[in-house]
Write a protein that binds this ligand. Sequence first.
Ligand SMILES: [Zn+2]
Length: 412
Amino acid sequence: MSFETEVEERLIRYAAIDSQSDADRPSQPSTAIQLNLLSLLRDELIAIGASDVQLTDYGTVLATIPGNTDAPTIGLLAHVDTAPQFNAVGVKPRVLRGYNGGDITYPDNADLVLSPKEYPYLAEKVGDDIITASGTTLLGADDKAGVAIIMTAARHLLTNPGVKHGPIRIAFTPDEEIGRGVDARLPADLAADFAYTFDGGAIGEIEYESFSADAAEIIVKGVSIHPGLAKDKLVNAIHLASKIIATLPQAVMTPETTDDRAGFIHATEMTGGSSEMKINLILRDFELDGLAAKRNIVQQVCNAVAATEPRAAITCNFRAQYRNMRYWLEKDMTPVELARKASRSLGVTPISVPIRGGTDGSRLTEMGVPTPNLFTGMQNIHGPLEWVSVQDMALGTRFCLALVEEAAKAGA
Ligand SMILES: [Zn+2]
């Protein structure tokens, strides 16, 4: 069976299994349905002959492909959950054979069009086999394309012992989309010298820079009293919370006004009532001093609004979420250089652009396992226009194999 046939078959099968995560549920994994895909992958790893296969009690599938030469232990990771931002129930993947370069329409949503004019990467894929959903759901190529690539590469290595490689550790994680993919036990359990997430987009992407991320929670407590008796007594938390939002930067430093290397402050949620309001914000920057400056702005705004109404209580708490993996990787670029070498060996020019987000690799790198992010081909993720080319995923598989071979050549 060709890599094309195998990755296509796997992606279609995995994508049809609903495994959406949910940030509002505290359990681990956040949704029990993720265990349906996790158990299937555990069983498939056993069936293809992987060793030490286990589904941990923190919901990660781990497995080993024993090495046959002296080389570093490499971790290969992908996440099984799909994004909570869009409907993921009833995903019906379909393959458009030999894409003709025109607009793609959808059987379950007549208004939806995927056009190569709007998405130029699609225009490069004329002749490829394109997988999409049916119009009412996301596809879940994020990150089932990564899962399909790793499974296909693993199956190939286990059936072709002539390919020289060091020990390989595989991890399929839950809850990446809600920032809870890396359990505190994962770095030790993975036991890899370095690792890669297959969670990137266009062919050639080798990413080793992510945002550094903090979250802020502002609580505004007003003074509550019957409105009929409220003169000179009531302090309305809704007005104060609105003042905070209105005082925070809006024409600059927001996600909708920034790109490239600029960070932002983003209000994600405001809830409550006249007696108490809660505002949630996320802060993003590639540099720690930029992130600290954004904390400072939020704090200053809270202080300024608090000063206008001493009877109110306004508190602001910050929490670190993840850090730019570059801070660690730039000290030892070996994992990045190996990936670049593997990419060039396939005639693919490596591209490294900073990720305006985080990956499981951001957390893992910070926890001591350097983990750049690699391409899978996935496009337009987290929405109904999500698609992936079968040929891109097959190239992702060849890339994965070239990578373990390059690492074996470099030796331990
Ligand atoms: Zn992803």
